[in-house]
Design a protein around this ligand. Structure first.
Ligand SMILES: [Zn+2]
Length: 168
C-alpha cells in the first residue's frame, strides 16, 4: 500500500484525530497528546527452510491470497524475538521443527492489502532429517517440499525476493 490507512478516532481515548505533518508524512494525531499514528510496517518473520535442494512452502488457507503458496511464517508477537516467530510459525503451519542457520534477509512488502510489512526471512533447516513430512496446519491448507528450480508463483513478492537473494 502506498498510503497509510488512517485512523479517524484515537484508539486510546476515542477523540477525533487531526492530521499533523511530520517528516513529510501526514500522521493522524490525538489533540490530547496521547497518540500519533505513525504507520510503521508490521513485523513479520518467515522461514526459508531448505533440505536436499528443496524448499518448504505452504498453501495459504485464508485471504489474502488464499490458495497461493508462500514461505511459512507470520507476524511477530508483541514480546517475541523474530527468530522465534519464524521457527514457531514453521512448526504451526507445517509440523516440521526447524532451526535457524543464518542471518535473516530483511525486506519491505507493499503488496499485502492488510498493510505494509517488513519481513525477516530466516534460512533454516529441519532439526531432525528423519521427521520432515509436512502437514498443513493453522493458516495453511497444505504444506510440501518444492524443488528449488520449480517453485510456484508466491503470494508475497518479498518472499520471492528473499529466496532469490539466497543465490544458487
Ligand atoms: Zn487520544
Amino acid at each position: 500500500l502506498t498510503d497509510l490507512r488512517p485512523f479517524h478516532f484515537c484508539p486510546l481515548c476515542g477523540t477525533v484525530l487531526v492530521p499533523v505533518e511530520e517528516d513529510g508524512h501526514v500522521r493522524p494525531t490525538c489533540p490530547t497528546g496521547d497518540f500519533r499514528q505513525y504507520g510503521n510496517p508490521a513485523a513479520a518473520a518467515n522461514g526459508i527452510v531448505m533440505y536436499d535442494d528443496r524448499i518448504l512452502l505452504v498453501q495459504r488457507g485464508r485471504e489474502p491470497f488464499a490458495g497461493l503458496w508462500a514461505l511459512p511464517g507470520g507476524f511477530v508477537e508483541w514480546d517475541e524475538e523474530p527468530a522465534e516467530t519464524a521457527t514457531r510459525e514453521v512448526f504451526e503451519e507445517t509440523g516440521v521443527r526447524v532451526r535457524v542457520t543464518g542471518r535473516p534477509i530483511l525486506l519491505l512488502d507493499t503488496t499485502d492489502p492488510r498493510g505494509n510489512t517488513v519481513s525477516a526471512n530466516y534460512p533454516a533447516e529441519p532439526l531432525d532429517p528423519s521427521d520432515i513430512d509436512p502437514l498443513g496446519g493453522d493458516d495453511a491448507s497444505a504444506a510440501r517440499w518444492w524443488p528449488l528450480e520449480g517453485i510456484p508463483v508466491l503470494a508475497f513478492e518479498n518472499h520471492t525476493r528473499a529466496i532469490e537473494s539466497l543465490g544458487p
